[in-house]
Design a protein around this ligand. Structure first.
Ligand code: FAD
Ligand code: SF4
Length: 573
């Protein structure tokens, strides 16, 4: 097969344009380096009317809301999902790991929840605290200056609370709590569960001329036409282009391997152009992988050569290992006091206005690590279809009528609309070597590239944590005088813990460390084995914290990009 080679040699090739790739693109291009940004999905701009779904009415959805092409509904800005046609993955034994991929410029940052949390000082040193997992080779003080810069560059609302392990930052004013959030706050505090304003990367105040301010449409998952929420394209890549960055974008281009020379050094990447299905090669002095934790592991494992027979950067045999996702447990309830509530514009961002950071001391508990509670519900903007089945409410009042249609349905809908509240625990699991992704020796995708196979089991620790989540939800819901929408999950269902992968916080597949035998990258996310290759997604995470990972991905990507600039200047790579 003929492989077309581009004669140009770039300073840096960046694979993937999500959180990590977008940050690397901005920092490296603004330092004057020539960049090839290679992205598996199409070009996407939330302000492009052809692609925009924000402010559309439910009846404009082709299937009135059915999620036939996108998992969270046809207006959600995720081109992809758990399953992508022609791009399968497989499982070992009874593993059921769910792998979410967004194939588009900006990756999953177009529709992510915008919950933007820093890890705290303890999160980098958990092994020293409880003896489990591993410590990071860096501390909070190493990353703090980059969190600060990310806060200021991107914008995040919240409040400084002086909490020991949920650090303060540079916050824009938070929006005020909505009615259901006030119910939650009162009920949670009654059980001594801490509640504070949430921390989301949504602009509640103007920070520059390129981006607008949130007008509270509640639809961040559709990506903001005013660029008032964080997406990698609108906040990092487009501004970098605007400020003169030399960025050649290769979209619809699926990287197969990192190419190497006879000394084992990286020379660039090979990719398949999805439009003509031909293979191409690009040359670069440095390769930065930011294809997401599992995709980057896949590229490394598929990059076998005489010099790297076990895959690139894999002399430790740890690429793909220590994969871990957040624990997750959920409960939904409705608040009878809010039945028949007045319908009005609640003026909300596309996410929660309050949340509960982890509030307990593990010394008094039967599991390690913690979780935070995310809150959802209330009125919101009109959703798809009817949004809910009225009979799941009617049954609590002995009303067995079927909701019907016309005026009966309408009045039933209005009766319950806005009376629901949802609680989701998102917690820290412990990274296990036995939880991993690897190359399936028998399966390739539609481009002929070997696919990933997952092996993953929750341990007792995570299951006990899920039980604690449900006990907490039960108590708080009781305090609210609310009615749970389904039975409390018990032992038989592992207390409702979500399948691994479902929380979409998968990390750890190229973990960071000082010892090349025990880790894949060093503290600058540089492969121990191949100094001109870096991984700036969530692969290098040693442990996950009970925080959502994206703010940390970007802070680390910024730090690593500065290191790349320094190393190129010194001609070390
Ligand atoms: C519904 C949802 C809600 C979420 N909410 C939150 C939240 O509130 N807070 C939080 O911190 N995190 C959240 N996340 C997770 C967050 O989106 C990810 O942590 C983050 O986007 C990861 O960034 P990344 O750069 O590693 O990968 P991605 O954003 O996934 O970007 C990777 C990019 O690489 C491209 N790519 C993959 N393979 C290849 C290849 N072989 N060749 C070329 N390109 C490739 C992909 O197309 C994609 O564009 C959420 C995710 C989802 C789906
Ligand atoms: S809620 Fe605000 S930031 Fe989110 S999409 Fe609407 S206007 Fe934009």
């Amino acid at each position: 097969m003929e492989i077309k080679e581009n004669p140009k040699e770039y300073d840096v090739i960046i694979v993937g344009s999500g959180a990590g790739g977008g940050m690397a693109t901005k920092i490296l291009s603004e330092a004057g380096l020539s960049i090839a940004l290679v992205e598996a999905g199409p070009y996407y701009d939330p302000a492009n009317p052809e692609q925009m779904t924000q402010m559309k009415w439910p009846y404009e959805s082709p299937r009135r809301g059915g999620s036939t092409t996108r998992p969270f509904g046809d207006f959600d800005q995720a081109y992809g999902g758990w399953d992508i046609e022609g791009e399968p993955y497989s499982q070992v034994g009874d593993t059921d790991f769910r792998w979410f991929r967004s194939r588009m410029l900006g990756g999953r940052t177009n529709h992510w929840g915008r919950i933007s949390l820093r890890f705290g000082p303890n999160d980098f040193k958990k092994k020293s605290i409880d003896g489990l997992g591993e410590d990071w080779p860096i501390s909070y003080d190493d990353i703090k200056p980059y969190y600060d810069k990310v806060d200021k560059l991107i914008g995040v609302f919240g409040t400084n609370e002086n909490l020991p392990n949920d650090p303060d930052g540079f916050f824009l004013p938070p929006p005020k709590p909505r009615l259901h959030e006030l119910f939650y706050t009162k009920a949670a505090r009654k059980s001594n569960v801490k509640v504070i304003p949430s921390r989301l990367s949504v602009l509640t105040k103007r920070i520059n001329k390129d981006r607008g301010v949130c007008f509270y449409c509640n639809q961040c998952a559709r990506s903001c036409m005013a660029y008032a929420d964080f997406s990698s394209g609108s906040v990092l890549i487009f501004p970098a282009q605007k400020s003169g960055g030399q960025i050649d974008m290769y979209v619809n281009s699926m990287v197969r391997t990192v190419t190497t020379n006879s000394e084992g050094k990286a020379t660039g990447v090979s990719f398949i152009n999805k439009e003509d299905e031909k293979e191409y090669k690009l040359k670069g002095k440095v390769v930065v992988l930011a294809a997401s934790a599992c995709s980057s592991a896949r590229i490394l494992l598929n990059s076998k050569s005489k010099q790297h027979p076990n895959g690139l950067g894999n002399s430790s045999d740890l690429v793909g290992k220590y994969l871990h996702d957040s624990t997750g447990g959920d409960m939904m309830a409705f608040i009878p006091e809010l039945i028949d509530r007045k319908t009005y514009n609640e003026d909300g961002v596309g996410g929660m206005h309050v949340y509960s950071p982890w509030w307990l001391d593990n010394k008094n508990l039967d599991f390690a690590r913690g979780y935070h509670i995310e809150v959802w519900g209330g009125l919101g903007a009109p959703s798809y279809g009817t949004g809910f089945n009225v009979n799941s409410f009617n049954k609590f009042f002995g009303l067995n009528k079927a909701g019907g249609y016309g005026n009966v349905l309408r009045s039933d809908m209005k009766k319950y609309y806005g009376s629901t509240i949802g609680l989701s625990g998102r917690g820290e699991s412990i990274a296990q070597k036995t939880n991993y992704c690897e190359i399936d020796p028998k399966k390739v995708d539609k481009f002929g590239v070997p696919v990933l196979r997952f092996n993953y089991k929750w341990t007792e620790n995570e299951i006990k944590q899920a039980k604690h989540m449900q006990d907490t939800f039960e108590e708080v819901i009781h305090n609210m005088n609310a009615i749970p929408m389904w039975n409390k999950p018990g032992k038989e269902s592992n207390y409702g813990i979500n399948k691994p992968g479902l929380i979409i916080h998968e990390v750890g597949t190229t973990r960071m460390g000082n010892d090349p035998k025990n880790s894949v990258v060093n503290q600058y996310e540089q492969l121990h084995d191949v100094p001109n290759v870096f991984v700036v997604d969530a692969g290098p995470f040693v442990s996950q914290a009970d925080k959502n990972p994206t703010w940390t991905i970007m802070a680390l990507a910024w730090r690593s990009s500065e290191y790349i600039i320094d190393q190129l200047k010194k001609q070390n790579i």
